[in-house]
Design a protein around this ligand. Structure first.
Ligand code: HEM
Length: 321
């Protein structure tokens, strides 16, 4: 549909912007000087205008962008308050696999139905940021058939929907100064597809806990729990604490790289941390998530996602002197 026919569909910082065909995951660190910090904050304060500049050219492309701020960057903002749960990604050393912790001051999660929109937005963003930042990681994600990961399974099915999405992702009265914000955790996983493809479909389904062809959930009865069970966190009454995932495949057949970029939004950071502990340490301890035998986490970073209003005011507290 052309621009004249519709309004811009999404504000920047809208965590519930729809899953897309394309995404860019951009992680940067901010340079050490106060001027570099100020430039970076001024650019992110204007992110909504940039979404409009690029997004208005085809509203059907559904361009959206979410900015996350890392723990060390938050400490430089000169604010007396900080989000209650914000801290750097805590490394986990399991018996067989490690969840490593890697640097990142800003995350840009750029989504669109058209890869050219992600590209153009990232190009203009980096132009504005100039030498205030250094890119530490850039991943181009793409939709793979019916939202499958490169292991061949449909990924994202159990995500919350409707009102459940805001309940699961947006901070509320429990941390009133940061209400409307969220936490986001990212990890870049690289797969050993040769090992995975040597397994039978039944073995793969036992690892994931869902049928491969039609995505139907399987009962999990063995002591070795499936990924979907290890990643399910409940309270004492059995109510689930959901998170919102927007994982994307990435890779290059020519270089033999096949990966999944994990991204999870949550109102309660501890929920994702508990999921990671169950995956890497196992439950019962020792029986880790077998998904990790074919998936190596090469990055791991945590960010706070301020509401748009808070993001727009962040540059106000800093001075360039
Ligand atoms: C290599 C990386 C990963 C891959 C390929 C992957 C793939 C999948 C697949 C195929 C499912 C089943 C369908 C669905 O409900 O989406 C699933 C479920 C899930 N995954 Fe992952 N995942 C990965 C990493 C993670 C990580 C790191 C976390 C959390 C820290 C996580 C959390 C979840 C959750 C919460 C569910 C839904 C469980 C349920 O309630 O049924 N995943 N994942």
């Amino acid at each position: 549909m052309d621009a004249a026919g519709r309004r811009v569909p999404f504000d920047a910082q809208q965590v519930d912007a729809p899953l897309s065909r394309s995404a860019v995951f951009l992680v940067v660190t901010i340079g050490p000087s106060p001027e570099q910090l100020r430039t970076a904050l001024e650019v992110v304060a204007g992110i909504d205008d940039l979404v409009k500049s690029v997004g208005f050219r085809d509203l059907g492309a559904n361009l959206s962008c979410i900015v996350g701020i890392g723990s060390a960057a938050w400490d430089r903002l000169g604010r007396s308050e900080r989000p209650a749960e914000l801290h750097p990604f805590a490394r986990i050393d399991g018996p067989s696999h490690a969840a490593r912790s890697t640097p990142g001051d800003l995350l840009f999660h750029i989504r669109a139905e058209r890869p050219d929109f992600c590209f153009e937005f990232e190009r203009l963003l980096l132009e504005q940021l100039g030498d205030s930042v250094r890119v530490v990681d850039e991943v181009n994600g793409f939709r793979y058939f019916d939202a499958r990961d490169l292991l061949g399974f449909v990924d994202g099915t159990a995500n919350p929907t409707g009102r459940g999405m805001a309940d699961a992702t947006l901070i509320g009265d429990e941390d009133a100064a940061f209400a409307g914000g969220s936490y986001v955790v990212v990890q870049k996983y690289v797969h050993d597809l040769a090992t995975w493809n040597a397994m039978t479909t039944e073995e793969q389904e036992a690892v994931m806990g869902r049928r491969k062809a039609d995505d139907v959930e399987l009962d999990d009865t063995e002591p070795q729990r499936a990924h979907k069970t290890l990643a399910t966190i409940t309270d004492d009454d059995g109510n689930e604490f959901a998170i919102l995932r927007d994982n994307m495949p990435f890779g290059s057949p020519a270089s033999g790289v096949y990966g999944t970029y994990f991204i999870g939004y949550t109102r309660r950071l501890w929920v994702i941390e508990r999921m990671l502990q169950r995956m890497f340490l196992g439950d019962p301890p020792g029986l880790h998530d077998k998904l990790l035998d074919v998936s190596t986490a090469t990055t791991g970073t945590t960010f706070f996602v301020p509401s748009l209003q808070m993001l727009e005011g962040l540059a106000d507290g800093t001075t360039a002197s």
